[in-house]
Design a binder for this molecule. Structure first.
Ligand SMILES: NC(=O)c1ccc[n+]([C@@H]2O[C@H](COP(=O)([O-])OP(=O)(O)OC[C@H]3O[C@@H](n4cnc5c(N)ncnc54)[C@H](O)[C@@H]3O)[C@@H](O)[C@H]2O)c1
Length: 93
């Protein structure tokens, strides 16, 4: 399955990503790094089934028209996993 993980650089999102990859899925991780840390995904730098997009998930985007290679995640991508900011201060616009 191809899975979109929002908040992929966060605590929950990075562990979800690891789990999904371990189960054989292909993952597009999206994060604006507002509270997350790209270091949480650094170990996936050479993982061919993982791709990271630095962007705000509140803004529309087409996962099939990404700024990096789209060959790993042709449309449609099923947005089935969501991670949210854990700190209320991060919820403010
Ligand atoms: N070592 C630990 O035990 C540990 C470490 C960190 C967090 N925690 C706890 O884990 C719980 C859950 O943490 P979490 O993973 O939900 O929080 P998180 O802040 O780690 O993850 C949320 C992610 O969503 C991203 N994000 C927020 N708004 C976004 C947007 N509009 N577009 C794209 N990305 C966006 C953030 O940058 C972040 O990476 C909390 O209770 C936290 O305190 C535990």
């Amino acid at each position: 399955m191809q899975v979109l993980v929002t908040g992929a650089a966060g605590f929950l999102g990075s562990h979800l990503t690891d789990r999904l990859l371990a189960e054989g899925h292909t993952v597009l991780g999206v994060d604006n790094l507002s509270t997350g840390d790209a270091e949480n995904l650094a170990h996936l730098a050479n993982e061919p089934r993982f791709r990271f997009e630095l962007r705000d998930i509140c803004l529309p985007f087409d996962p099939g028209q990404s700024t990096t290679s789209s060959t790993l995640l042709p449309r449609p991508v099923r947005p089935s996993i969501f991670a949210w900011p854990s700190r209320p201060s991060a919820w403010a616009p």
